[in-house]
Design a protein around this ligand. Structure first.
Ligand code: GUN
Ligand code: ZN
Length: 447
C-alpha cells in the first residue's frame, strides 16, 4: 500500500522540550523526565536525529535548515490514545443512558451509516483533523463492523503519515441485523484487512471482537485464530464496564468463571491485548490480566459519562500483581478527544477514591506510558534520537483563565503541567507535528 506522505528531509524545532525517561515514582520525581528550557530537535527524514540544548545543537544543523521556533511552547511527544471509536463522532454527547441502552439507542444506530464507504472516507478526514487538533498523533481505533470503515481509517492515516492501530468490529449477535457479521465473514474480512494494511506504512491491525455480548463462541474462536495466524497483530475489546453488562455475559457464557475468563478461554489475553474499562474485576480476573501481560485502558470521561464506575488505578497497579495500564478517551462514550481533558478527569476519578494522579504521572502515561502499553516505545512516546518526530506543542496560556492562573505559578514545571491537565483542551494545543511536518497549527485569535 502506498504511503502518500513524505516527510521533509531536514528540519529543526526549537522550544521548551519535555520528555519522560521512566515511570515517575510520584510527585516531584525529577529523575523521571528530561526538561530543556531552550531545546532543539533536529529532524531528518521524519525522525529525531539530534536533541539537546539549542546552543549545543544549533552549530550542528546543516546549512539552510529551517528552524521553527516556539519560545514559550512546551514541546512533548505526541499524545497517544489507546481506545477510541471512529464511527462514534456523532454519538458523543448522547443523553441519559447507561451502557446497554446507550449502545442500542445511539451507538448501534449511528454505526450503521458506516456501510457507506464514501461517508466513512469523509468522516475519516474529520476524525484525523480532530485527533491532530487535540495533539493526538497515534490512536488505537475501533472501526464499525464494516471493513470499509477501517479501510477509510488506514487510507487517511497513510495519507497523513501517522501511526495508527485499528480493526473492524467483529459482532455476530445481539446487535441490529445491519451491524452483524458472522464468525466466518469476520475472520475473512479481518484477515483481508491484516494482509492489506498491517505493517504497511505506519499502520497496524487490531483484531476487534467488540465485547463478549456481541460475539458468539465461534466468533471469539475466530478472533483467537487470527491472533494465532498473525502473532504480531493486536487485540482490542471491552471488559467489565457495567454491572448489567457483566450479568448478561454471565448469562451468555455460563461455562466461564468470569468475564475475563470468557476472553481467556479463547486465547485473547496477552501483551498485545488492550481491554477497555476494567472497572468491576474480581481478584482472579486481575491476576490473569497481570500474568498474561494484558493492558487495561482507563477511560475516565466515558466511565463518568455513561455512569459505569470508577477505575481503581491503585488496585490494578498493585506491584504484587501489576496490570499494565493505559489512558484513553473512548470517544464517543467519552466526552472529549483531548488527552489533556482526559488526564484532568482521571485525576478527579482518583480523587474520589482518595488516590492521587500527579501531573508527571498523567503526562508520562499519555506519552511514553501509552507507547509502552502498545509496545511502540521504540518508535514514539519520547523525544529521543531515532524516535519518529510526532510532536505536540502546548501553550499553558491558552485562555485568559489559564494565563491568569499561570501568573501565580513561579515557573514550576509540575504546576504548569497540572494547570494544563486541569484547564487545558484543544485550545492549549498550539501545533501538532507528524514525522517532523506541521499538520495542525492553532488559529491565533486577533484581539
Ligand atoms: N461496549 C461495547 N461496545 C462499546 C462501545 O462502543 N463503547 C463503550 N464505552 N463500551 C462498549
Ligand atoms: Zn470503547
Amino acid at each position: 500500500m502506498a504511503n502518500f506522505f513524505t516527510a521533509p528531509s531536514v528540519t529543526a524545532i526549537r522550544g521548551r522540550l519535555l520528555t519522560f525517561t521512566k515511570t515517575p515514582a510520584g510527585l516531584g520525581d525529577r529523575d523521571s523526565y528530561r526538561y530543556l528550557d531552550d531545546g532543539l530537535l533536529l529532524i531528518r527524514d521524519g525522525r529525531i536525529a539530534a536533541v539537546g540544548p539549542a546552543d549545543e545543537v544549533m552549530p550542528r544543523l546543516p546549512p539552510d535548515t529551517t528552524v521553527e521556533h516556539y519560545p514559550d511552547g512546551l514541546i512533548l511527544p505526541g499524545f497517544i490514545d489507546t481506545h477510541i471509536h471512529f464511527p462514534q463522532t456523532q454519538v458523543i454527547a448522547s443523553y441519559g443512558a447507561q451502557l446497554l441502552d446507550w449502545l442500542e439507542k445511539y451507538t448501534f444506530v449511528a454505526e450503521q451509516k458506516y456501510a457507506d464507504a464514501g461517508l466513512a472516507e469523509i468522516n475519516a478526514r474529520f476524525f484525523f483533523d480532530e485527533l491532530l487538533r487535540n495533539g493526538t498523533t497515534t490512536a488505537m481505533i475501533y472501526g464499525s463492523v464494516h471493513p470499509q470503515s477501517v479501510e477509510a481509517i488506514f487510507a487517511e492515516s497513510a495519507r497523513r503519515g501517522t501511526a495508527m492501530i485499528a480493526g473492524k468490529a467483529m459482532m455476530d449477535r445481539n446487535a441490529p441485523v445491519a451491524l452483524r457479521d458472522t464468525a466466518n465473514s469476520s475472520y475473512r474480512d479481518s484477515k483481508a484487512l491484516i494482509e492489506r494494511w498491517h505493517g504497511k506504512s505506519r499502520q497496524r491491525y487490531a483484531v476487534t471482537p467488540r465485547f463478549a455480548i456481541t460475539s458468539s463462541e465461534a466468533q471469539l474462536q475466530a478472533a483467537g485464530s487470527l491472533l494465532n495466524d498473525y502473532p504480531d497483530v493486536y487485540l482490542q475489546t471491552h471488559l467489565s464496564e457495567n454491572l448489567a453488562e457483566i450479568a448478561e455475559v454471565r448469562r451468555l457464557f455460563p461455562g466461564s468463571r468470569s468475564y475475563t475468563d470468557v476472553y481467556d478461554r479463547f486465547g485473547l489475553l496477552g501483551p498485545r491485548s488492550l481491554f477497555g474499562h476494567c472497572l468491576h474485576l474480581n481478584e482472579g480476573e486481575i491476576q490473569r490480566l497481570s500474568e498474561s501481560g494484558s493492558v487495561a485502558a482507563f477511560c475516565p470521561t466515558s466511565n463518568l459519562f455513561i455512569g459505569s464506575g470508577l477505575f481503581d488505578w491503585a488496585k490494578l497497579a498493585d506491584p504484587r500483581r501489576p496490570v499494565r495500564l493505559s489512558l484513553a478517551t473512548d470517544v464517543g462514550g467519552g466526552t472529549s478527544y483531548s488527552l489533556l481533558r482526559t488526564m484532568g478527569e482521571a485525576y478527579k476519578v482518583l480523587q474520589l477514591q482518595c488516590q492521587s494522579l500527579p501531573a508527571l504521572t498523567a503526562f508520562h502515561q499519555a506519552t511514553r506510558g501509552n507507547a509502552e502499553a502498545l509496545g511502540m516505545e521504540g518508535e514514539i512516546g519520547s523525544l529521543e534520537v531515532g524516535r519518529t518526530a510526532d510532536l505536540t506543542i502546548l501553550d499553558v496560556k491558552a485562555t485568559p483563565a489559564m494565563r491568569h492562573r499561570h501568573e501565580a505559578c513561579n515557573g514550576d514545571l509540575e504546576e504548569e503541567l497540572f494547570i494544563l491537565m486541569t484547564m487545558g483542551d484543544d485550545r492549549a494545543v498550539r501545533a501538532t507535528y507528524i514525522q517532523g511536518k506541521c499538520q495542525h497549527q492553532r488559529v491565533e485569535q486577533t484581539s
